[in-house]
Design a protein around this ligand. Sequence first.
Ligand code: NAP
Ligand code: ZN
Length: 354
Amino acid sequence: MPKAIGYAARSATTPLTTFHFDRRALRPEDVQIDILYCGVCHSDLHQTRNDWKGTMYPCCPGHEIVGRVSKTGPAVRKFREGDRVAVGCLVDSCLACDQCRKGEEQLCRNRSTGTYNGKDRITGETTYGGYSDIIVVREEFVLRIPDALDIKRAAPLLCAGITTYSPLKKWNVGPGSRVGVAGLGGLGHMAVKLAVGLGADVTVITGSPAKEADAKALGAQKVLITTDKDALRAATSSFDVIIDTVPVAHPVTPYLHLLDIDGTLVIVGAIDQLPPFHTGLLLGQRRRVTGSPIGGIAETQEMLDFCAAKNILPDCEMIDIQEINHAYERMEKSDVKYRFVIDMASLGKEAKAA
Ligand code: NAP
Ligand code: ZN
């Protein structure tokens, strides 16, 4: 079995430290990948801290993975050694249900397998993510990185990118759409770039006034500061779609007021409970509140190709793996511009020390 090294949390309250483990032996349809970079998603933090309960330890997170194919099983058709590839939040699903057949593997009726904290469909073993040097994934869940994309900056597209692209497409965002993005972090900054790329008029809705200039530099036309009640009032009924990325429980009433007739609030922040809101806010103007989980494999490839064509890339702060616990602390304080990306070459220091 291929030997791997990574970083993992051993409990909800301890920092991530070096983790030696085995990847599975290659099955016929498997691709083995040398991981070059892995993005740091707020979900990694939620999972290692057991925010959603059900975390299995050791927990080696990471689902924004890019690298190069190093080996292929005999049945692999699409990939060859040396190919530039990526893996997102999913590594398997039943591939037989109606959702899988239409390319919505994330909605698999038989539950898709997460890249980490999932259960391997054959052995039942816990899956380990991309904070590591290698990964083994069946080829149906491996994406191709277009030549035009800078591999060093592509990793955050695999979760932050698809999680915001999918609802923008689902809710028909295009030229002239009025889009709000609540929370300017990893997901939020990708929502801005992708919505601008689709031709929308974008407004960032932020609790951080200091991010105003960045929001405009990312392509937003306007910025609403959540504490500025007058500005919020003046923007009543002025959005078609709001993508809400805030990662903590928060009132959505102010966002609902901002939606026009038939407007859609898409919750992508993964939180337990929302404070109650008045149903009149939905009935009166036929607004809707919905959610959205990542996206399917075909749509993820479509998003990568779209980003290559439009030259859309995340803003990355590169870190060594040894800085991961500090990066989590900064992410909790909304202090990241706008996605940490781990350079896996830094794992070399660990291998020598082990
Ligand atoms: P992030 O980089 O930490 O960004 C979150 C942003 O939300 C912050 O930059 C901040 O923006 C705002 N925020 C943070 N704490 C806040 C607080 N206490 N009150 C109000 N606003 C706050 O996180 P991310 O990686 O973008 O992830 C965001 C959420 O999406 C997480 O819950 C993550 O688990 C979830 N997620 C869901 C999916 C899915 O499939 N639906 C996929 C990936 C991630 P401002 O400073 O601009 O206010
Ligand atoms: Zn994620």
